[in-house]
Design a protein around this ligand. Sequence first.
Ligand code: CMP
Length: 130
Amino acid sequence: MIEILKEIPFFSQLSDEDLEAIAETVEMQYFGPEQVVFEEGDYGEEMYIIKRGKVNVIRDYAIIAELSDNAFFGEMALVSEEPRNATVKAMSDVEVLVLKKDDFKRLLETKPSIASVVSYEVVKRANQLS
Ligand code: CMP
């Protein structure tokens, strides 16, 4: 797992020790084409980083974004404590790293480099929703 984490830019600022701690908490999940990762309105308990593959972000039946390798999604519901604001559907075979809500929040609290990347995207994405 640590080798996988090292290849992901999201974690690039972290030390080996940090990565070892994260490796204990993350898991890999796999989705096939057309498989739904989660639905708009769901309660959010995890965030996802795409190791490989493509997903569509769908809101009110329209595709609002396409995300692929190294992008992350599912962070907004965890930060805002609101339901998922969009559905995410795999468009290919997809491998994702999954972080549980509490572990993700701890990362935001303890790693400013990650907090700034995430908050930049959350603001940008929130602006696109309105
Ligand atoms: P969340 O609200 O938890 O679940 C839906 C996810 O879609 C959301 O988090 C973001 O990760 C993602 N998302 C929402 N809007 C956009 C956007 N404009 N561009 C990229 N991703 C988005």
